[in-house]
Ligand binder design. Structure first.
Ligand SMILES: Cc1cc2nc3c(=O)[nH]c(=O)nc-3n(C[C@H](O)[C@H](O)[C@H](O)COP(=O)(O)OP(=O)(O)OC[C@H]3O[C@@H](n4cnc5c(N)ncnc54)[C@H](O)[C@@H]3O)c2cc1C
Length: 381
């Protein structure tokens, strides 16, 4: 059996696990990723990467590849019932998640990274840092990093003390259409909103619509939905998108769940990164960007502190917990703002969007974070 006792064991080869793998390998630190699936695969959905997420890619020499595989819209347009409220410069790069995962994976492998597919974590023996998989294999590692996503087994077993996810009251739709519209569009209507943007130069446009719904759906963004039901839910929002979505190949529908913020994202021998550390509702499009920040911070700390994990964990927690929990909270509030139904509050929101810089200022507090600078600050004094 392979000896991984001098490796950092990463559970999950998604966005944060692969970003951490790249950061560690770039700094010559041994890492092994254990992934439950049998290959690097992603169903494919649109994803937006904001400037805070881009910083790590710059330091991992992946920024140009990301820019070449993504789309930069000239404008982001906010509308209410088809009437424009606000136009601003779009701050994000938008792409297919599949391409994001692939470029991280290729970089990780080129840097000499190792990954074991078909390894689904079943249990952990914390004391001797042992990982137990459903395929009956066991490995010991030097430190365990949980990057096993929104339904993290490790968070559930060790960190969240049995608290269960609660249905948010929102259900979401997503799909792709063909459209020449170059802009990001965010359209509000009573109790619903629809976001859409191009993800490549071939006119592929991703859309995600969210409505309030008493029906609690499964929490799986791979569940198929029925196009007619989508058209019915969003009929008053965007004629062009709706008419084009009639010819969409497939559409997906799922329920959005809330998990409370954690008080700690470190525990003896284990560190949480990404959705396992801060599962958030998707209304600020920040889940992946914050996951990338976590991974880069932890990887850089491993390098700077020579893999002294106790110190690394303390600083990691100081750097990440407050920011992660704040953005988790802001995402929930954004959900409320997006789905207002009271006519006075709708009027107030729309006036604020029209007449003030509140939207871009709010985003800037998230987007202006420089994960590299904030991490190296610790070593300057
Ligand atoms: C439809 C949708 C749109 C989104 N849009 C955006 C956006 O525009 N911008 C943004 O920043 N974020 C967005 N997000 C959020 C973003 O996708 C997540 O926050 C991000 O993927 C989190 O990365 P992660 O590495 O923590 O988890 P993931 O990328 O989900 O990776 C988890 C990995 O762990 C593996 N795994 C799970 N359990 C085990 C186990 N027991 N053993 C081994 N492996 C395991 C999984 O197979 C997977 O590969 C969106 C999410 C959705 C659903």
């Amino acid at each position: 059996m392979h000896d991984f006792t001098s490796y950092i064991g990463i559970i999950g080869g998604g966005i944060s696990g692969l970003t951490l793998g790249c950061t560690l390998r770039k700094n010559g630190i041994k890492s092994i990723i254990f992934e439950k699936e049998n290959d690097i695969h992603d169903e494919g959905a649109g994803i937006s990467i904001s400037p805070n997420g881009l910083i790590a890619f710059e330091h991992l020499d992946l920024k140009n590849e990301l820019l070449n595989n993504s789309y930069k819209s000239p404008k982001a347009i906010l509308k209410y019932n088809k009437t424009p409220l606000l136009e601003m410069e779009s701050p994000v790069y938008t792409m297919n998640r599949k391409n994001l995962i692939n470029l991280l994976y290729e970089r990780y492998i080129n840097l000499g990274g190792e990954i074991l597919f078909d390894h689904k974590l079943k249990d952990i023996k914390l004391k001797n840092k042992e990982l137990i998989f459903t395929n009956s294999k066991n490995f010991r590692v030097d430190h365990i990093v949980a990057s096993d996503g929104i339904k993290s087994l490790i968070r559930e077993k060790i960190f969240s003390q049995g608290s269960k996810p609660v249905y948010s009251g929102y259900s979401a739709w997503r799909g792709f259409i063909k459209s020449e519209n170059p802009n990001v569009e965010i359209s509000f209507s009573k109790k619903k909103h629809l976001v859409s943007y191009p993800i490549d130069n071939n006119s592929t446009r991703s859309f995600t619509g969210v409505t309030r719904s008493k029906n609690q759906l499964t929490e799986s963004w791979k569940e198929k939905g029925i196009i007619e039901n989508f058209l019915n839910d969003f009929k008053e929002i965007d004629d062009d998108l709706l008419s084009k979505s009639r010819s969409a190949n497939e559409i997906f529908k799922w329920g959005i769940f809330i998990r409370p913020p954690l008080k700690s994202i470190i525990e003896k021998n284990i560190t949480l990164i990404g959705d396992s550390a801060h599962p958030m509702v998707p209304f600020l499009g920040q889940g992946a960007c914050i996951a990338i920040e976590d991974a880069y911070t932890f990887g850089l700390l491993c390098h700077e502190l020579n893999c002294k994990f106790e110190n690394i964990q303390k600083i990691y927690q100081q750097l990440r917990l407050k920011r992660n929990n704040k953005i988790q909270q802001m995402s929930l509030i954004q959900g409320k703002i997006n789905h207002l139904k009271n006519p006075f509050l709708v009027f107030l929101r729309n006036q604020l969007l029209r007449k003030t810089n509140i939207a871009s200022n709010r985003l800037k507090t998230i987007h202006n974070y420089n994960v590299h600078k904030e991490t190296v600050k610790y070593f300057m004094f």
